[in-house]
Design a protein around this ligand. Sequence first.
Ligand SMILES: NC(=O)c1ccc[n+]([C@@H]2O[C@H](COP(=O)([O-])OP(=O)(O)OC[C@H]3O[C@@H](n4cnc5c(N)ncnc54)[C@H](O)[C@@H]3O)[C@@H](O)[C@H]2O)c1
Length: 338
Amino acid sequence: MLSVALVGAGRIGRIRAGVLRRSPDTRLAVVADTDVSRAEELAREAGAAATSDWGAAVTRPDVDLVVVSTPTKFHAEIAVAALEAGKHVLCEKPLARTVDEARRILQVAQCARRVLKTGFNYRHLAHVRKAKELLSTAALGPLYFLRCRYGHGGRPRYEAEWCTDADLSGGGVLLEQGIHIFDLVRYLLGEPARILAQTRRFFWGFPTVEDNGFCLVQTLAGQEAQVHVSWTQWRNLFHLEIFGHEGYLQLEGRDGHYGPQRLAWGQRKPDHSRPAEQVFEFAAADDSWEVEWREMVSAIQADREPSGSGHDGLRAQQMVEAAYLSSQQRAWITIPKL
Ligand SMILES: NC(=O)c1ccc[n+]([C@@H]2O[C@H](COP(=O)([O-])OP(=O)(O)OC[C@H]3O[C@@H](n4cnc5c(N)ncnc54)[C@H](O)[C@@H]3O)[C@@H](O)[C@H]2O)c1
């Protein structure tokens, strides 16, 4: 049984707390939040301790694993302190505000020989799992390109949320949401080589962050990925396609306002007539958080890197940072090799 400290009892902290409490392998020992009433509310439900002092929570001797679900600005400081105290860490995406901050977390994890996972739950969405399974059987043959449109239209009082302030978030929609898609580009297609991006502030007028990002990514193997992430997608949309020599996959939906998950697998016919499509529909409930948590626990038990590791977090962060640079310089930017 792994004992967990959860730092940041907001929207995602609540989801994580529910999942870890339902797991037979983990128990919630302590919740920390600068707003102690939030920590107390979550802790009460789980019979855990509550504190406003995250430093005390992540160094408790009875804690094995720390979940960091605060605004991004605080990820690096909290994750580093937890790792230095010998704890395993699951840190929400993005791992940090910048590549430098993310690299520091990774270095400390490597020195401390602890498991570091980035909160890339999209890898574990049911339709992404099915896509990965089909790709691993070479169902599409050699892969040509990936195309993704992903976004929402904000929420009432969106302008007051921390993710629209670059000091707290590190970036706008490209970092907050695009990072999931960049991770999927690496996960489903391959290692990126270079990126061309344009960020825009069309509607929200946030002084420091973009509300739309348009990107082209070329992989080392010469494939293309086209990614558009948006906070002006007035009706939520998640739509991701992958095309290969023998056919295509089309993933739609996510959960809630994005609609149920669905995957269509089209197989090219030798005579090039209209492809046959096999459709997989998935249950409305999103189980990606549960599956991700099992992956974290299993990685700790087996002393191995999890899927969506610290390394994966750093690579996706490098893609985002290259995208921002590309938008500034209006040029293709090479994504550094690690
Ligand atoms: N995986 C996903 O799909 C997904 C979705 C949304 C957000 N996130 C990530 O999860 C993290 C949290 O986002 P959220 O939407 O839950 O935010 P939130 O604002 O709902 O919650 C953040 C909580 O952290 C607390 N907090 C702030 N500073 C703190 C500090 N220094 N120490 C302790 N607690 C502190 C706040 O009081 C708040 O309760 C972010 O990194 C975000 O990018 C991930």
